[in-house]
Design a protein around this ligand. Structure first.
Ligand SMILES: [Zn+2]
Length: 401
């Protein structure tokens, strides 16, 4: 089976999501007081997309099961009979928890272990939802702020030195490696957290409220997280200390960043496109009221120094561009078009197209689909297709590299 079929994703209403961005992008009706956090396009078992084939709607998982050849031979050889990636659009209104993702091997072991212990997949204490790794990339759709990996030790020392109540941590860092240092912080008592953080919060309060703190300043994000996540001074979250240890990264519209296994990260603010291996394995590392599994966290976290590498944006001219990352599970292509511009291509493996802006016509042999902003389609492997701009804009395609 080959061809192109209309695809509809699914919404996730996590409370950190915004109210307007996704409904406006997707041209769907806003429900009052509803949170719109993520739009998923893919075949993850917890929320698969719907595909329209011969006027019938079916789950993309069932469609792939019935026609595994639509994945393509390279994809099947590498990843078996499942769609290897998951494409998402996120609207981050409030910070997400600090998180990291396991390697493939860690996920296989963790998933099997939790299964053998009989922990239900929906249990709040369950860490591994599947046996896959989850490398991920994101492309900013606005000014986007995130935490990403440990800063260099030099930079951490500089940050701690400048804050009198954090100098206690400095002497710890001199005698400990980063892993031990981080482990102690994650297990700090409420009294320790209060001693470190409350004086900083107090002395920055007025400047924060006046909007005088720079967004590169970790103090800003501590106060912002306290406010946005409604953290009370009596119940401080050890993840707040991570603003002083991790890189605070600003990506501009079109720029991207890649999260490898074990690298701690947290999305703080903005909208983005996310493309990842098809997995929901998230190990939390603070900034969350949810369960933090400290032993699992310490086993998987990669404490190496990270100098953030920003993936440059797609050019503004018409045509196709691929954002490159080290991941073998996915690649993101960006196609920009004016009305009348045509781009010919062939899907070697299963591909999902999502229209970010404008309207396009996608056609093959004697069938064609018109897709406008927010709409998407599934392109079967071995399908020769043509994208034609109808109204100026751009689309993204998730595929294999
Ligand atoms: Zn992540």
């Amino acid at each position: 089976m080959t061809g192109i079929y209309k695809l509809t994703g699914s919404l996730q209403h996590y409370v950190w999501g915004g109210h307007d961005y996704l409904p406006e992008l997707l041209h769907i009706k806003k429900e009052p007081n509803q949170y719109y956090a993520e739009w998923w396009l893919g075949a993850h078992s917890s929320s698969p997309s719907t595909i329209e084939v011969e006027e019938k709607q079916l789950s993309l998982i069932d469609f792939i099961r019935q026609h595994p050849e639509v994945l393509g031979s390279q994809s099947r050889a590498l990843f078996g009979d499942e769609l290897p990636y998951l494409l998402k659009i996120l609207d981050v209104k409030k910070p997400l928890s600090i998180q990291l993702h396991p390697t493939k091997k860690q996920a296989e072991i963790g998933f099997a272990e939790e299964n053998s212990k009989g922990i239900d997949l929906k249990d709040a204490k369950r860490t591994y939802k599947d046996n896959n790794h989850k490398p991920e990339m994101m492309i900013a759709l606005s000014d986007f702020w995130l935490l990403h990996g440990f800063k260099t030790k030099e930079k951490i020392i500089e940050t701690l030195k400048n804050r009198p109540t954090l100098t206690a941590l400095l002497s710890k860092l001199e005698t400990q490696d980063m892993h031990g240092f981080y482990a102690d912080i994650m297990q700090a008592s409420q009294t320790e957290l209060a001693n470190w953080l409350l004086p900083i919060i107090e002395s920055n309060k007025i400047a924060y409220e006046k909007g005088e703190l720079s967004l590169e300043n970790p103090d800003y994000w501590v106060l912002y997280a306290m406010e946005a996540m409604e953290i009370s001074p009596e119940k401080l979250d050890s993840g707040l200390i991570c603003f002083y240890l991790f890189n605070i990264v600003h990506t501009k519209t079109g720029e991207g960043i890649y999260q490898d296994a074990g690298i701690p990260h947290a999305y703080l603010r903005g909208q983005n496109i996310e493309l990842m291996a098809c997995s929901d394995n998230v190990i939390r590392g603070g900034l969350t009221p949810k369960h933090v599994d400290i032993p699992a966290l310490l086993e998987v976290i990669d404490c190496r120094e990270v100098v953030p590498e920003i993936i440059p944006p797609a050019p503004q001219e018409n045509g196709a561009f691929i954002y490159s990352t080290p991941a073998k599970d996915f690649a993101l292509e960006n196609v920009r078009y004016d009305a009348g511009i045509k781009v010919e291509s062939k899907a070697e493996n299963a591909t999902i197209i999502f229209v970010m802006q404008g309207t396009l016509k996608i056609s093959q042999k004697n069938t064609a689909l018109f897709l406008k902003q927010g709409e998407s389609a599934f392109i079967c492997a071995d399908t020769q297709y043509r994208i034609e701009g109808i109204e100026q804009g751009y689309c993204v395609l998730s595929k294999l590299p």
